[in-house]
Design a protein around this ligand. Structure first.
Ligand code: 13P
Length: 310
């Protein structure tokens, strides 16, 4: 049975590679994707790295193995390319926690605030924001602004983390990532007892109480860089566990421990090899941001890309 599955995967991968060439496509894969999907990536990375690659690629087609807001960001940056999201149901509950209607209302209440939106937001919300950020550059983006009052949407945990690093007044939207908030301080306390030498690295979408116990707070791309350091031999990984596949592959001989068995994002797991193949065969589902929204959203994404990594 296992043998048959492997053969099937190999046949699917071969067909993906053939069609990728024929369509002049590039496969971008977020660090949380299934291991077998990460393994067919032209580029695997965090939200910022994937946006930077999308902005630069000369491919005609981008197959985005991630969730909808990531594919939308690629569409915002590349209006002349076809952006495929192999499962159109792959969304982000955090991104859905802010709507343009509620944001417009809040902006009226806070006329002096500059709006910073996390990249985990819809294209419409990006269009209503002054500047975008990712977990890799949120502090740097906020610090780059002249404004002293910041409305930060939609992730209150990332916003809280930024607030600890800046003197600006941060007004936080009450959104959160359901996967990251399942990570609790007890998980770290227990793992430090079991692995006294370990480094504990967490994502800034974690709760403040969890962040307070960590050695490092990093984006997923930042975690991949950090893991390569010589002094890191053993690392508790405080984010979605899909990243462990990449960490183990890139760092043989080092130990990577998932912080919790509950750190799984069901949306990220919707993309499979079969669906990647299906999207290249049918050139669908396509994600295309309407031009009026795209132009406004692009201004906020471009401002972020000028700032780069934090
Ligand atoms: P990164 O940008 O750190 O990869 O995070 C993306 C994300 O959606 C975290 O939940």
């Amino acid at each position: 049975m296992r043998m048959m599955e492997t053969d099937r995967n190999l046949a699917v991968i071969e067909e993906i590679q053939r069609l990728k060439k024929a369509r002049k496509a590039i496969i971008l894969v977020h660090n949380y994707q299934l291991g077998e999907v990460q393994d067919i990536a032209d580029f695997a990375g965090d939200s910022l790295e994937l946006s930077q690659i999308a902005a630069q690629t000369d491919a005609d087609v981008i197959v985005f193995c991630g969730v909808r807001f990531m594919a939308e960001t690629a569409s915002i940056l590349c209006p002349n390319k076809i952006v495929l999201l192999p499962d159109i149901n792959a969304g982000c509950p955090l991104a859905d926690m802010v709507t343009t209607e509620r944001l417009e209302q809040k902006k009226k209440e806070l006329p002096d605030a500059t709006v910073v939106c996390y990249i985990n937001s819809s294209a419409e919300v990006k269009a209503e924001s002054d500047i975008c950020c990712t977990s890799a550059n949120a502090v740097r983006v906020v610090e780059s602004l002249d404004a002293q009052e910041i409305l930060f949407v939609p992730d209150q945990c990332l916003g809280h983390y930024v607030a600890t690093k800046t003197r600006k007044k941060m007004i936080l939207w009450p959104g959160f990532c359901p996967t990251h908030v399942r990570i609790q301080p007890e998980h770290i306390i227990r793992l430090r007892e079991e692995y006294p030498q370990t480094k504990v690295v967490v994502h800034p979408e974690c709760r403040p109480e969890v962040i307070a116990l960590a050695d490092e707070v990093l984006s997923t791309g930042g975690m991949c860089q950090y893991a390569r350091r010589d002094e890191v031999k053993e690392m508790v990984v405080g984010t979605e566990m899909g990243i462990i596949h990449r960490l183990r592959k890139e760092n043989p001989g080092k130990k990577f421990i998932s912080i919790s068995e509950q750190a799984i994002c069901p949306d990220m797991k919707l993309i499979t090899l079969e669906k990647v193949l299906g999207s290249l065969e049918e050139m669908a589902p396509e994600v295309k941001v309407p031009e009026d929204i795209r132009l406004k959203a692009k201004a906020s994404v471009d401002r972020m890309l000028e700032i780069g990594r934090g």
